[in-house]
Design a protein around this ligand. Structure first.
Ligand SMILES: Cc1cc2nc3c(=O)[nH]c(=O)nc-3n(C[C@H](O)[C@H](O)[C@H](O)COP(=O)(O)O)c2cc1C
Length: 137
């Protein structure tokens, strides 16, 4: 089975804890059913989401997500076949207010428009490393 990864950014519309919770609960249930894993970095000014899994399921899910009116300006930055998962333990890991992504000022200053695929994927590399770091004993 070929594994596929997609990463997009978008601008939240109507961001609050109830909305976010609804998105996450649905995402985790549905992703578990179709073999998708990934991570959603959420801040009131931006979403960054990585989805990985069977190619057809990832593409179908991203098409549905693009039509969702709880966010705007969906831009796909990374779309490629991969040999292994980054977030295999998580149907959808939730990361609030990550400090390793762009600052709010950078987002306002069009950082998303200037972003390279490597830069966006790098945010998820850091998140992945943070979650796979050994526990402090
Ligand atoms: C930021 C964001 C992330 C989402 N992530 C997922 C996801 O990982 N998996 C998923 O099935 N739906 C996700 N959704 C929800 C879908 O957009 C959609 O609402 C849901 O799949 C139901 O689609 P339907 O009403 O066309 O059946 C997300 C929505 C938003 C706004």
């Amino acid at each position: 089975m070929s594994l596929y990864r997609m990463i997009y950014t978008s601008r939240p519309f109507g961001f609050d804890s109830g909305t976010l919770n609804g998105i996450l609960v649905h995402a985790q249930q549905e992703n578990a059913r179709v073999g998708i894993t990934g991570a959603l970095i959420c801040r009131e000014d931006i979403y960054l989401q990585l989805l990985e899994g069977p190619e057809g399921e990832v593409k179908k899910t991203v098409e549905r997500i693009k039509r969702d009116d709880r966010h705007l300006e969906v831009v796909v930055h990374v779309e490629k076949a991969v040999s292994e998962r980054m977030f295999g333990k998580w149907a959808m890991l939730h990361d609030p207010a990550a400090t390793w992504i762009w600052s709010r000022a950078e987002v306002t200053d069009d950082a998303v428009e200037r972003a390279t695929a490597a830069e966006v994927e790098g945010f998820f590399d850091k998140l992945c490393d943070a979650h796979n770091a050994p526990d402090i004993t």
